[in-house]
Design a protein around this ligand. Structure first.
Ligand SMILES: *Cc1c(COP(=O)(O)O)cnc(C)c1O
Length: 499
């Protein structure tokens, strides 16, 4: 086994070439090695292997923050050894999380008094936040049904087929049926009218998305609210709304303050947002806010006594780091309303530069909207010769990570490429990316077309008749085409894992 000798036995310093200075064998992968290695060697070999990961700054697949100011990086490192759950020992950290909850609740127009504490909690991300919000809806609905003497064993949630995979997790883990409104070509978000049609007496909530993961589009929460108010009046139910504002929650208040999507709408009872997306904090933080105490069933809350005061907690996990909470508070007070607005405006402008650049090539249809999350989703006007997956692959060669994926049911036949614009994606990088996409398209034009379906069938006939033999490259292409089709089908069956 590798690394089995101690440092003194191998005398690591005698080897003169770089790679053998530390270790000359491959690294342990299954069993922990018997002996220790010097810390410098451990650092170097792990660091070297990690060089092969993509560069996070060029990872345009993700909404999650990849850059923060050095001052905040320092706060994060200084708190790296603080367990968030030790509230008695770290009361200030707890206080900072409570301040963040208050600020975000106000940002979402929760009906609160000037100095009234908001109802909400910091989580590891929107996924945990959604599990908690979903549980609150389920419990409230069950309590009501029990009180009415009605069956409460078949709860369901109504969403669009464009929901993020964490909703499917919630449904499966907590035994709630997911009723999805199908999409259609050219319309990639939940249709509020269709959603309200799906609502029945077992619906615990309708989940709307502010910033669809697929194309960044904001769903029409106001229309949903109005239609649902009517339906509730007719039926006597009181089906509520949750807004999954994972990415849009920190965009809409700054770019579209007039847009009514939040607690201004009476049926919106809870909202989640990812602190680590446009909240501008590194991965590991989300928030869920409830409209009022009445919307979070008391039996789900645990009360911790800290410094003689009551600290209610409602989370799935126990221990976690404190750094992300501190970093979120840093961003909120460092940037303020002005700063967030600046960042979001700049992201939006960079998205427009990219979009216009792509339109100028004449080769793409833009699938994203100008006034959603700052991202550009686009598909090829003509993908018969080469498709979006191939463009994605080719862009990797220039260092860019741009995902390609197929849309959910009933728009699976549409494939898109998606570029998320984050704060650290500058104007220069946007222009550079347009140039590189142009280069890729031109390279493709010069390449022979991939297996064309009609030619393939003709050729198969000929091969069967024995008139002609397949070349190796043709066989290879057929195999590739088969696997691509297989992967695409699998992807549209299981929700595409994009974040
Ligand atoms: C990212 C995202 C999620 C999941 O959020 P995490 O913070 O990554 O757990 C859920 N819903 C939507 C709409 C998202 O964009």
């Amino acid at each position: 086994m590798v690394l089995s000798k101690t440092a003194s036995e191998t005398d690591v310093s005698i080897h003169s070439t770089f790679a053998s200075r530390y270790v000359r064998n491959s690294l342990p992968r299954f069993k922990m090695p018997e002996n220790s290695v010097p810390k410098e060697a451990a650092f170097q070999i792990i660091n070297d292997e990690l060089m092969l990961d993509g560069n996070p700054r060029l990872n345009l697949a993700s909404f999650v923050t990849t850059w923060m100011e050095p001052e905040c990086n320092k706060l994060i490192m200084d708190a790296i050894n603080k367990n968030y759950v030790d509230m008695d020992e770290y009361p200030v950290t707890t206080e900072l999380q409570n301040r963040c909850v208050n600020m975000i609740a106000h940002l979402f127009n929760a009906p609160l008094g000037e100095s009234e504490a908001a109802v909400g909690v910091g989580t590891v991300g929107s996924s945990e936040a959604i599990m908690l919000a979903g549980l609150a809806f389920k419990r409230k609905w069950q309590n009501k049904r029990k009180a009415e003497g009605k069956p409460y064993d078949k709860p369901n949630i109504v969403t669009g087929a464009n929901v993020q995979v964490c909703w499917e997790k919630f449904a499966r883990y907590f035994e709630v049926e997911l009723k999805e409104v199908k999409l259609r070509e050219g319309y990639y978000v939940m249709d509020p009218a269709k959603a309200v049609e799906l609502v029945d007496e077992n619906t615990i909530c309708v989940a709307a998305i502010l910033g669809s993961t697929l194309n960044g589009e904001f769903e029409d929460v106001k229309l949903l609210n109005d239609l649902l108010v009517e339906k509730n009046k007719e039926t006597g139910w009181d089906t509520p709304i949750h807004v999954d504002a994972a990415s849009g929650g920190f965009i809409a208040p700054f770019l579209y303050p007039e847009l009514e999507w939040d607690f201004r709408l009476p049926l919106v009872k809870s909202i989640n947002v990812s602190g680590h997306k446009y909240g501008l904090v590194y991965a590991g933080i989300g928030w869920v806010i409830w409209r009022s105490k009445d919307d979070l069933p008391e039996e789900l809350i645990f009360h911790i006594n800290y410094l003689g005061a009551d600290q209610p907690t409602f989370t799935l996990n126990f221990s976690k780091g404190s750094s992300q909470v501190i970093a979120q508070y840093y961003q909120l007070i460092r940037l303020g309303h002005e700063g967030y607005k600046n960042v979001m405006e700049n992201c939006h402008e960079n998205a427009m530069v990219l979009k216009e650049g792509l339109e100028k090539t004449g080769r793409f249809n833009i699938v994203s909207k100008d006034d959603g999350v700052p991202l550009v989703a686009f598909s090829l006007k003509d993908n018969k010769r080469h498709d979006e997956f191939e463009i994605s692959e080719m862009l990797r060669r220039y260092g860019w990570i741009v995902p390609a994926y197929t849309m959910p049911a009933d728009a699976q036949h549409i494939t898109v490429l998606r570029v998320v614009i984050r704060e650290d994606f500058s104007r220069t990088l946007a222009e550079r990316l347009v140039l590189d996409i142009q280069k890729v398209v031109h390279e493709f034009d010069a390449l022979p077309a991939k297996l064309n379906a009609r030619l393939a069938t003709e050729k198969q006939e000929q091969v069967k008749n024995g008139t002609v033999k397949k070349t190796a490259i043709e066989t290879q292409r057929e195999i590739t085409a088969y696997w691509k089709k297989y992967v695409t089908e699998r992807k549209s069956n299981n929700k595409t894992q994009i974040c």
